[in-house]
Design a protein around this ligand. Structure first.
Ligand SMILES: Cc1cc2nc3c(=O)[nH]c(=O)nc-3n(C[C@H](O)[C@H](O)[C@H](O)COP(=O)(O)OP(=O)(O)OC[C@H]3O[C@@H](n4cnc5c(N)ncnc54)[C@H](O)[C@@H]3O)c2cc1C
Length: 432
């Protein structure tokens, strides 16, 4: 790039939100530069490839029901393999009690176990909640009252003791939130997408999703290793020196980096997680299910190579385990002892191959926050990302699309070049 370049729009950050935004702007015929400080695309959706293993940076699953995902991603090319629906809840000091929790209309075999989960009143309330979230129009789900997850469960008529024993251990792993104080509206959307779709792993890891999005960009748009130091009057200043000038700048970074570039943004608290990866000479169980620790020492564990054989070399199993927060070395050792209890096996032959401590894994979505925040901050300034919508790849992509629409609208109003304008308006309508 020359020391000063001029384009129609600069997008800062090539995570899912920035990739979606840049793609929509390019599709509308704009000259765009997408600046990414790292040496690769994907942001938090990254995978490492180590000795034949695929190690996602933190346990991540890909939900096939997300509308933005369906619109933008070639699912066949990802060679997805799905987890079995629901989860297994292990309770008791040594995890001796096992219960399958799943939608019995999809997993009829889970029904007898489901009936033993709790009092009939709670089971009926749970069934009603799931049916409503799955079948109601999404607009109604989004417009529900601004409660916390815990209040949403209470509002559905579920008893606190049942929630704490059966649902909370699983939901803490979804939202990375011990208190379940995040948005109940988001909970309803997540439940809806889980009941409608499948939780999958791509053959070569979650990183394949942003890589696929990046491949759609015209040559020359994406600049890796180009961190933005600050925004200035008519563009951005690069950390390595130089400037890119543009009438529209979209900040599509994570929340902390966005606030460093746009100090007017409110602070966003982040949820942390630690994911351990172990190689085992054989799978400790044959299942493709998530094993949830009802005792709360671990969030959950699964043999990811049972789900997606591409995650481990032949003859070895890959076990992924997540803990809330950034775990100390002692907590990691305690987690390994707990794994032996949960899988009812000796883990002495297991090899710990990675520990990912991710302090800013998910933005906390407060109960009162709408599920989509405006992206336009002022003339020529926009912000998008999962912290402006929901903490998921769907939220990030939708927020990126939202920012692109606002940029297109504003540029169309500002520089009425007849042909470009017509295209912009069409594209703006098409992505809505
Ligand atoms: C452990 C974990 C588990 C998850 N599980 C799931 C899941 O199961 N399902 C799901 O849907 N979602 C999951 N997510 C969330 C999902 O990964 C995020 O919602 C999504 O990646 C957010 O995308 P984004 O584009 O908003 O931000 P990011 O992915 O954070 O991308 C921001 C980009 O901006 C770049 N950047 C930052 N500062 C600058 C700068 N100054 N200049 C240039 N570039 C900059 C960063 O390097 C990064 O590439 C998980 C996330 C984590 C970490």
């Amino acid at each position: 790039m020359t020391r000063t370049a001029r384009v129609d729009a600069v997008v800062v950050g090539a995570g899912p939100a920035g990739l979606a935004c840049a793609t929509d702007l390019c599709d509308a015929g704009l000259e765009v530069v997408l600046l990414e400080s790292a040496g690769r695309v994907g942001g938090r959706m990254v995978s490492d490839y180590q000795d034949g293993f695929v190690l996602d940076r933190g346990f991540q699953v890909f939900n096939t029901a997300y509308p933005q995902v369906r619109r933008r991603v070639d699912l066949r090319a990802l060679r997805l393999k799905a987890f079995e629906a629901g989860f297994v809840l292990a309770r008791g000091a040594r995890g001796e009690r096992r219960d399958r929790v799943a939608d019995p209309t999809r997993e009829p075999g889970a029904l007898p176990g489901m009936l033993r989960l709790g009092p009939p009143r709670d089971l009926l309330a749970l069934a009603a909640l799931g049916t409503w979230d799955m079948l109601a129009p999404v607009g109604l789900v989004k417009r529900r009252r601004g409660t916390t997850v815990r209040q949403a469960l209470q509002g559905a008529g579920l008893d606190d003791a049942f929630c704490e024993a059966v649902l909370a251990p699983f939901l803490r792993g979804v939202f990375l939130d011990q208190d379940l104080a995040v948005s109940g509206r988001f909970f309803h959307l997540v439940l809806r997408s889980m009941l409608r779709g499948s939780l999958c792993l791509p053959e070569r890891g979650v990183a394949q999703i942003p890589l696929q999005l990046a491949e759609r960009l015209p040559v020359g748009v994406l600049r890796l290793g180009s961190g933005v130091e600050r925004l200035d009057g008519d563009g951005v200043r690069l950390a390595e020196g130089g400037q890119v000038r543009a009438p529209a700048v979209v900040v599509a970074t994570g929340p902390a980096a966005a606030r460093a570039l746009l100090p007017q943004l409110p602070p966003v608290s982040a949820r942390a997680v630690t994911t351990l990866y172990h190689a085992a000479p054989e799978a400790p169980w044959p299942s493709r299910q998530l094993l949830v620790d009802g005792d709360g020492q671990l969030l959950h564990t699964s043999v990811v190579s049972n789900v997606q054989p591409g995650y481990a070399p032949p003859g070895v199993a890959l076990v992924s385990t997540s803990l809330l927060g950034t775990a100390s070395p002692e907590q990691v050792q305690a987690a390994e002892r707990r794994l032996a209890e949960l899988y009812r096996t000796s883990t002495r032959t297991w090899e710990r191959i990675a520990v990912h401590r991710i302090s800013e894994a998910l933005p906390a979505l407060p109960a009162a926050q709408p599920l989509s925040l405006r992206t336009r901050l002022g003339p020529g300034r926009y912000v998008c990302g999962d912290h402006r919508a929901t903490a998921s790849v769907q939220g990030a992509l939708a927020s990126g699309a939202h920012a692109a629409r606002e940029v297109l609208h504003d540029l169309a109003a500002r520089q009425p070049r007849p042909e470009a304008l017509r295209e912009l308006r069409n594209a703006s309508g098409a992505t809505r």
